[in-house]
Structure formats: structure tokens, C-alpha cells
Design a protein around this ligand. Structure first.
Ligand SMILES: Cc1cc2nc3c(=O)[nH]c(=O)nc-3n(C[C@H](O)[C@H](O)[C@H](O)COP(=O)(O)OP(=O)(O)OC[C@H]3O[C@@H](n4cnc5c(N)ncnc54)[C@H](O)[C@@H]3O)c2cc1C
Length: 396
């Protein structure tokens, strides 16, 4: 990828900037009640519909599937500009837009693409991810949700857990076991499950942040038509790795920009927090760590460009996504450590930074804990990097 922007790309940036400046003042505030998922869905999908209407949905998705068909660089410009302008982000439909949709582009049949891709971009359909099970998280390939072959359907029974936004989703990217006799990686199938089928029960799980988007999903003889299978039967582990390459490699990229904003804000906060003499900013150790983290975020942005460019060339990110995810989770954890150091006692209670900043550095601490777990834990990313990139012996 050429890291300089072409005249055309700069033109795209200018056009987008002025569109955002025109529409954002009329966008209502985010629903105050974070636990009201119906309101959050309505808010997020309304913004998505507005983007679609203006031709800014699916910037790098092929035009034949309703996207803008632009270059990965324009996609990065879109993320930069929307994040810097404080525009809403994908929200409740992060699965549909960031990894189910891209997986369908890479792996689905023409009919499946025609049915599902445009509604994701128009904000009509929301997706969730039914991968993890109790006892099958890191060792995902050991999953036991069973799909029995019955004519034109799979009859699916089992339990999923940590299914974000299942309560308000229309479709689920679901992993099921179609061959219990085969070695564990060879008996899995990736299917599209409409969430309105009989036999699906959703039970919400509370989170430490009080955001309430997690759920358990109980499946009791759910009949999923076989035409909803993506890839071949028992070839689901390969399709899952395509999903993971997007989930780990490109799904977090706009967060690098919001992290830069958070870090700049922390530098401002450090200049306001008083110490026995002077402010936190007078501490050379704090200034040094701020500088180091800033440089690392810059490096992550460059890695992002490399991953996005590879995804464009080859259709998927590959294990480079694990390098990004591991490094990003570490940087965010160190940012949270630094915020605690800067804020001192105020760093222990959510909301207390409000008189110092518009951003909630304490709430971010809780969020960063999830980054070392979601989309595969940091230990699992280390295993992938060790085995697939460095050629170290495989874990037993
Ligand atoms: C914010 C968030 C959103 C999520 N959303 C979804 C979702 O929408 N859909 C979904 O399906 N799942 C979702 N998950 C679940 C997530 O994918 C799992 O939590 C994750 O894969 C870890 O699995 P586990 O929780 O079962 O932990 P375990 O696998 O039980 O791991 C426990 C600990 O053991 C370590 N460990 C396990 N195996 C190894 C090993 N081989 N080598 C070294 N260490 C190891 C792990 O690193 C971890 O520290 C979400 C999780 C979070 C935090």
C-alpha cells in the first residue's frame, strides 16, 4: 500500500468531512440508558441507514453487494474522519458489519450474499455471534452444540454463551457440530441462524459495566435450513478462521483512532490533576509513558494499514490480525494503568473524572479488561503467533 494519499483520496476526505459537519449536529445523543438494547439498536441502525442513504455504507465492500466499492485507504480515511468528528460507530451490529458480513463476502453463495449483505449495510439486519459455549471458549473447536441432519434442515440443540446483542439480533453466525465422530476441527459447520426460529431462548447476563449486552443462548431442536450453511458441511473450522481473521485483524481498527483521542485527553487531564506540588504532568515518568504509548499507537495504525492492505489483496487478514490484537490489548491495558497513575484516588470510581474530562477513563479501565478476552484471549493470540508465524512447535 502506498502510504501517501492520492488527490482522489484527499477529495474523498474533504467531501466526507463536509457531509459529517452538515449532518452530525442533527444526530440525537446516544440513548442515556445503556441497558435499553432496543433503543440502542434503533439509534445505531438509524445512523447506519443515514450512512447508506448518503453512499457512505460499506466503503470497501464491493459495489455489487451494496457497498461503495472503494479502496482500503478510503475505508481507513472514513474511519479516521468519522471517529475524529465523534460520529456514532457500528454499535449493536459490530458482528454483521465487521466480521459476519466480510465472511459472507469471502465464503457465501451468491444467493446468501444477495439476501444478507445489503440489509446489513442499510441498517435493516443486526447479527450476533454464536461461537463460544460453556467449556468451549479458547478451545472453541471442542464445541458440542449438535446439528442432526434431517432432510432439508439441520436440527440444532445446545447452548451458547457470551452472545453479544443476541437479544436484538435478526441473524446469528452459528457454529454447530455436524460430525461428532470426526476429529474436533473436522466436524464443525458454519451456519446462518435466523433468530426468529422456534426453540431459541435468550437469557441476558449482567456485565460489570452494567451495559447488559451479553446473553446465554439455549437452542432446543431449532430447525435451520441447510441452504443457510456457509462453506461445506464439516468445513466450518476453515470458515471460522476467515471470520477470526476479520474479527482480530480489522474489527478493532477504528479503536486505534479513539485510543489516540483518549491518550491526548489523558495528557490534558494530567495537566489538571494537582499533586502536593504542581500537577501530574510534572512527573517525568508519566510524560515518558504518554510519549511511548503515543508512539505505539502510531505503530499500530501502520500495522492496521498493512493488515487492511493484505485483506484487500488476499481476501483475508491472516495471522497478522493476531499480532495486532495482542499488541492493541496490551497498549490499552497500559493506557488504563497510566490513567490510574494520573488520576490517583479518583481512578477508582466510575464517573469521578467527569469534572476533569469528557471521557471516562475509569470506565475505559473496565473495557480494556475485555480486550484481552474477546475474539480470543491474549494467550491464544500468542499461541497462534508462535505456531503459525514463528514456526514454533505446536501446543500439545
Ligand atoms: C466483550 C466480550 C464479548 C464477547 N462476545 C462474544 C460473542 O458475541 N459471541 C461469542 O461466541 N463469544 C463472545 N465472547 C466470548 C469470548 O470469545 C471468550 O470469552 C474467549 O474466547 C475465552 O473463552 P472463555 O471465556 O471460555 O475462557 P477460557 O477458554 O476458559 O480461558 C480461561 C483462561 O485460560 C487461558 N487459556 C485457555 N486455553 C489456553 C491455552 N491453550 N494456552 C494458554 N492459556 C490458555 C485463557 O487465556 C484464559 O486466561 C465475548 C467475550 C468478551 C469478553
Amino acid at each position: 500500500m502506498d502510504l501517501r494519499y492520492t488527490e482522489e483520496e484527499e477529495h474523498f476526505r474533504d467531501e466526507l468531512r463536509s457531509w459529517l459537519a452538515g449532518v452530525l449536529p442533527d444526530v440525537p445523543p446516544v440513548p442515556a440508558d445503556h441497558t435499553d438494547l432496543v433503543a440502542r439498536r434503533a439509534y445505531d441502525t438509524a445512523w447506519q441507514a443515514q450512512l447508506h442513504e448518503a453512499g457512505y455504507a460499506g466503503i470497501h465492500w464491493p459495489a455489487e453487494f451494496g457497498g461503495r466499492g472503494s479502496t482500503p485507504t478510503e475505508h481507513l480515511i472514513f474511519l479516521e474522519e468519522t471517529e475524529r468528528a465523534g460520529a456514532p460507530y457500528v454499535g449493536v451490529n459490530f458482528v454483521g458489519q465487521l466480521h459476519a458480513g466480510p465472511t459472507l463476502i469471502a465464503e457465501a453463495t451468491d444467493e446468501q450474499r444477495a439476501t444478507h449483505l445489503a440489509p446489513i449495510l442499510k441498517g435493516e439486519h443486526v447479527w450476533c455471534q454464536g461461537f463460544s459455549e460453556p467449556g468451549s471458549g479458547s478451545d472453541l473447536a471442542s464445541l458440542s452444540t449438535r446439528a442432526i441432519d434431517d432432510g432439508d434442515d439441520y436440527v440444532v440443540t445446545g447452548q451458547k454463551i457470551w452472545t453479544s446483542f443476541a437479544q436484538v439480533a435478526d441473524y446469528c453466525e452459528l457454529l454447530v457440530r455436524t460430525d461428532p465422530e470426526a476429529p474436533k476441527h473436522k466436524g464443525i459447520t458454519w451456519v446462518i441462524m435466523p433468530m426468529n426460529l422456534d426453540g431459541i431462548e435468550i437469557r441476558p447476563i449482567d456485565t460489570a459495566l452494567g451495559s447488559g449486552e451479553f446473553a446465554e443462548m439455549f437452542l432446543d431442536e431449532v430447525r435451520i435450513p441447510k441452504v443457510n450453511r456457509v462453506g461445506d458441511e464439516n468445513d466450518g473450522w476453515r470458515v471460522t478462521n476467515v471470520t477470526f481473521s476479520f474479527e482480530r485483524g480489522t474489527a478493532f481498527i477504528s479503536e486505534v483512532i479513539s485510543s489516540q483521542r483518549l491518550l491526548a485527553d489523558l495528557a490534558q487531564v494530567a495537566q489538571k490533576v494537582t499533586r502536593r506540588s504542581g500537577t501530574a504532568w510534572d512527573d517525568a515518568g508519566i510524560r515518558r509513558e504518554l510519549g511511548r504509548l503515543d508512539a505505539e499507537l502510531d505503530a499500530l495504525w501502520s500495522l492496521t494499514k498493512r493488515n487492511v492492505s493484505q485483506a484487500q489483496r488476499t481476501g483475508m487478514v491472516g495471522p497478522g490480525g493476531s499480532v495486532f490484537k495482542l499488541a492493541y490489548a496490551d497498549v490499552r491495558k497500559r493506557m488504563a494503568d497510566l490513567a490510574e497513575q494520573v488520576l490517583g484516588r479518583a481512578g477508582l470510581a466510575i464517573g469521578e473524572t467527569m469534572d476533569l474530562s469528557d471521557l471516562d477513563h475509569v470506565g475505559e479501565r473496565l473495557y480494556t479488561l475485555t480486550l484481552t478476552i474477546a475474539a480470543g484471549t491474549s494467550e491464544i493470540q500468542r499461541n497462534i503467533i508462535g505456531e503459525r508465524l514463528l514456526g514454533l512447535p505446536r501446543e500439545r
